[in-house]
Each structure stands twice: as C-alpha cells, then as structure tokens.
Design a protein around this ligand. Structure first.
Ligand code: KPL
Length: 330
C-alpha cells in the first residue's frame, strides 16, 4: 500500500512524517520544485514535544516530488504479484488550490477500484468540485483538529494534538467496501499516533469544523493572535458566541446536526492549539490568499440560499477580503 500526500503545507508535512515514522510507504507531493528538491536532498524535520515537555527533532528521509511529476499511475505503483498496489491520495492542499484542473488531474490518478482520495480540507465547497470528475465512491473526508506549523520548506512542528474524523460520502448506505477502506484509513491514523474516529455522518463533522474555523480563524487573523489567547480576552467572548450562534442557526435551518457541545469544543480547540497560529493568520502574515471563501464565504453562500442574514460573519468576511485586496493594490 502506498500513501501519497498531496500538499506539503504544515498539515501535509506533519501527517507524512508521522505515517513515515509508523513504517508506511509514504510520498510527499509538493507544489514547488524547490521544496521537493530540498526535502528529497536534506530530509524533512519533524519537531514534537517529548514526554518531558522538551522539543524532539527527527530527521526523516521521505521521498518528495512535484505534482507535475506525479503523472499517470505507473509501473512503480505495481508490486510483484499484485495487479496494482492500492494507493491512497491524501489531499492536503488548501481550498484555494482545489480547482477543476486539479480535480481532473487527480481523477487520472484514481484508477478504480484500488485508489481512494481522502480530503482533509477546511471549509466547504471542494467536494462539489472534485465530484464533477471523481466518483463519490472514491472520495473520503477527514476532518481534523490537529495543529501544525511549517517553519521552513522542510521543517514542521506538531503544535497541537487533536482528533481526526473519517467518513465516506456515501452517507447512510455504507457498503462492505466502505467499511474495509474505512478500517484501513482508521488504522493508518491510529498507528501513526493520531486520535481517529469513524463517522457515518461526516457532513455533520465537516460542519462542526466549519464553525470551529469560522469562529477562530478570521478573529485570529484580523487581531493577529495565537489561538490560545482568544478565550482569555473577555471582550472577545460575546463576539465569538455570536459567531457560533449565527452558524448554529444556519445549520439548524439546513437540517445539519452539529455536536451538542460544539461551543465547548471551540474553547477546547483554542486551548489545545494555544501556541498555534491559525492557518488564516499564517496565510495573512505570508501575504497568501486565505481560505475565507471556503469557511466564512461558504457559510454566507449557504445562508443566502435560504435568505438568512449572518451579519457578524459577513463583517469578518469583508474584513479578511479587504486585507487580501490590499495586496492587489500595493
Ligand atoms: O484548523 C485550524 C486552522 O488553523 O485552520 C485550527 C483548528 C483552528 C487550528 O489552528
């Protein structure tokens, strides 16, 4: 079995490193040639806290190459005696990279039935793009609250332990094959040291995470705060609560069941990833487009369909878009 991690951002590098340490055949597929070359030549460094609280660095020689070099499935995917080695593509690119073109390229890699795509994206909207080219039976979603920080193209720090939920997009009619694939993916995560759970209603988990991100990410990005500071600022709590309530009202009206303790979970994610800069803050600092369209923008689009106003989310959406638009002018 081979795991190709598509996207060498913080999460992709951290997950690739943990799978590699667990003895899996893992490959990192990067967007830039420079990053692939650096990782291939010098190795990837994973920093994690040891039991004594001190940082431990591990140097790992994980094969890395670019998306262009991924090409169609080749002889290297074949093992002796096995027709085609089962391959799992773990899609760890940002929402902003998920285009029709990318989906078409991925579809070429996903020769059925032994390949599956596992999507780790924040927000909503990407599955609709991917399903135009890839059969739903091959698409899985993973929702994770793990925290990671990429300090250089080959150095990643595991900044917060979380939970990863896995589910197929088959909804209620889960086949034997789905159970089999689900078990494989679940075991891969557990063996790599992650806390992982299966869900037969992954859409609810996607929405839980959507609201977690819609509360944490824009605020941390606008105020330039680490996640851990949010619940400590009394003036912010009512604003966070309003964002949560607007989002919950939308989910309720759409018939999406959120976790009963989602408000508490938001606080827990802030504490667990206290030292972490949210992905949106990291993007803003680096002058990159954020995932606001897939997170807050996703909520606003859904709300628009049912004419439900989300004024607080709308305000944060326009602030983040304004920051992004400044770069276009400067
Ligand atoms: O998913 C995250 C992100 O930064 O995008 C959280 C959970 C907020 C961790 O930082």
């Amino acid at each position: 079995m081979k795991i190709k991690i598509i996207g060498a951002g913080a999460l992709g590098m951290m997950v690739a490193a943990r799978l590699f340490l667990a003895g899996q055949k893992v490959e990192l597929v990067t967007r830039s040639f420079e990053q692939a070359e650096e990782i291939d030549r010098l190795g990837l460094i994973l920093t994690e806290k040891g039991p004594d609280g001190l940082d431990i660095n591990q140097l790992l020689h994980i094969p890395a190459y670019t998306f262009e070099e991924l090409g169609p499935r080749t002889e290297s995917d074949r093992s002796p005696g096995i027709a085609v080695e089962p391959t799992y593509l773990w899609l760890m690119l940002k929402q902003t990279a998920i285009t029709d073109l990318l989906a078409q390229q991925l579809a070429k890699q996903l020769t059925p039935p032994s390949t599956h795509l596992v999507c780790f994206q924040n927000g909503i909207g990407h599955i609709e793009v991917l399903r135009r080219y890839i059969p739903m039976e091959q698409i899985w979603s993973a929702v994770t609250t793990e925290g990671a920080f990429k300090s250089s193209p080959r150095h990643v720090k595991h900044t917060g332990k979380g939970t990863t939920w896995l589910g197929s997009h088959y909804g209620s009619s889960i086949s034997q094959d789905d159970v089999h694939i689900g078990n494989i993916l679940h075991n891969l995560l557990i063996d790599a040291g992650f806390s992982a759970l299966m869900s037969n209603n992954i859409n609810s988990k996607v929405w839980d995470k959507l609201l977690i991100n819609a509360v944490i990410n824009p605020l941390t990005a606008i105020l330039q705060l680490r996640n851990g500071l949010l619940p400590d600022l009394p003036a912010l709590l009512p604003l966070m609560r309003t964002l949560y309530e607007e989002g919950s009202m939308l989910a309720e009206q759409l018939g999406i069941q959120l976790s009963a303790d989602l408000w508490e979970q938001i606080g827990i994610v802030c504490t667990r990833t206290a030292d972490n800069e949210s992905s949106m803050l990291q993007d803003i600092k680096a002058g990159r487009l954020t995932e606001i369209e897939a997170i807050t923008g996703g909520l606003l689009r859904e709300a628009q369909q049912i004419a439900l106003p989300l004024p607080t989310h709308a305000a944060l959406y326009y602030m983040i878009r304004s920051i992004e638009q400044q770069w276009e002018i400067i």
